[in-house]
Design a protein around this ligand. Sequence first.
Ligand code: FE
Ligand code: FE
Ligand code: ZN
Length: 277
Amino acid sequence: MLHIGCHLSISKGFEHIGKEALSLGADTFQFFTRNPQGGKAKDISADDVNRFRHLAAQNNFAPLVAHAPYTLNPCSDNPQTREFAELALTDDMKRMEYIPGNYYNFHPGSHVGQGVKTGISLIIDLLNRTLKPEQQTTVLLETMSGKGSEIGRNFEELAEIRAGVKLNNKLGVCLDTCHVFAAGYDIVHNLDEVMTKFDKVIGLQHLKAVHLNDSLMPLASNKDRHAKIGEGLIGSEALIRFINHPAVKNLPFVLETPNDLAGYAAEIKFMRQNYIE
Ligand code: FE
Ligand code: FE
Ligand code: ZN
């Protein structure tokens, strides 16, 4: 069965977002743990979470993907920004334990001119201070398009981060189809090779979730502009081949396409129709 959902707003709580996901034909979803620009997170209501967990169990939800705020940058050159990254990650890890067994995805960071090596070591340091052996959340590094000074523009950088993190059984990867395409991985013409490369460099067992997006920008453009399914340069045929690839076909897929709810429902339906059981 295809596990698919989309990015939704958590502002009305977990039960609401769960029902909204179901109404769209989804069995997973992604949400921001706090305002994407940062700031304080909303309090979690235990009753709301319990009602959601019941709903999710009854409807066989796949693992959810929480998304860290974009402002979380462990390898900034600004100490205050790095401090925010640590506070937000620490707080988010505590809050994620209300919904144990799910994923928490974050952009590894931008080194802003300090260099990839320094950037990677700052990311490793933060994860080594924050991850706890008892946590039930798996943190995911997102594959990035490589715009600006982004870390995670290739599989090697993500593998290097995993190699430096002691509790790396708590650390997986989320592959964003738009980002990897923009980063230069040709999932349109060489999907098997890209997956083989992922396996060699990171290990497919560490790939836990997929962001399913088309890309407005061409291969290797290092530009991050999501398109609706079939309206970008990856195209629906390649995205259909992607969801059916044995390396990923059982993972949760999250659409981050520029859509309203009806648009998401239509894309979810389209992908389900084209999924081979
Ligand atoms: Fe992201
Ligand atoms: Fe993404
Ligand atoms: Zn993106």
